[in-house]
Design a protein around this ligand. Structure first.
Ligand code: ZN
Length: 221
């Protein structure tokens, strides 16, 4: 299911609140097309994908990672300073809890860069070059894997692939951010591919951690 055609803003971040991002997605007519997609099957950006590759499964520790893949120039970020006096005592800052002191919103290109300027290192966003010219970005306080950056062909901004699981829950309810394609299918694990395409079949479903209680799904009429 593709993104809605109207403009929308998507927010998210790491589990402790030290890294917050925002993606300003323009209306469909103003979205750039993926430079590597064929003209007869254009892919407007951002797009949403499930990812079966081995690297991303391990790096995100999720059996089936999902991504919001956006040109980095649509994205901005606000970071808690590493020098913050509350840094050591701060517990998880989930939605609805007061925010701690944080830096201003800045272009993501100024933060998700492997070569930051000396005056742009007072934060907890760290990176790991998992393959040449490919970086994974994570919060060094809570460990959330937030994003992946990759360069694009000459003349196009880098992509900021954001872990869909780090997007605020309010955006995930409803159908606005439903993955629309599978990537790296040929590298997938059989049972994960079955779950992703056929659903959960006869697996028992529990409402929470209490495995004594079961949920009976109603088929849509
Ligand atoms: Zn964090």
């Amino acid at each position: 299911m593709p993104l809605p055609a109207e403009a929308l803003s998507v927010d998210g971040g790491c589990n402790c609140g030290a890294v917050r991002y925002r993606v300003a997605i323009p209306a469909l007519g103003d979205r750039p097309l993926h430079p590597l997609a064929p003209a007869e099957d254009p892919v407007p950006m951002p797009f949403l994908a499930l990812d079966h590759c081995n690297d991303c499964r391990r790096a995100t520790a999720s059996v089936l990672p999902a991504w919001l893949c956006a040109p980095i120039d649509m994205c901005s970020v606000s970071l808690v300073p590493a020098s913050s006096p509350t840094l050591a005592t701060k517990a998880a800052a989930r939605e609805g809890q007061p925010e701690e002191q944080r830096g201003p919103w800045i272009p993501a290109t100024d933060a998700f860069t492997p070569t930051p300027t000396p005056d742009n290192t007072d934060h907890l966003l760290k990176n790991y070059e998992s393959s040449p010219e490919r970086w994974r970005w994570f919060c060094s306080r809570c460990g959330t894997n937030v994003a992946y950056t990759a360069t694009m062909p000459e003349g196009f901004p880098s992509m900021l692939d954001i872990t869909l699981g780090s997007v605020n829950r309010s955006h995930l309810d409803g159908d606005a951010l439903v993955p629309e394609r599978h990537l790296w299918w040929d590298y997938g694990i059989d049972w994960i591919r079955r779950l992703a395409t056929e659903g959960y079949g006869a697996l028992p479903i529990h409402p929470d951690y209490r495995i004594a209680d079961k949920v009976t799904l109603q088929k849509p009429s």
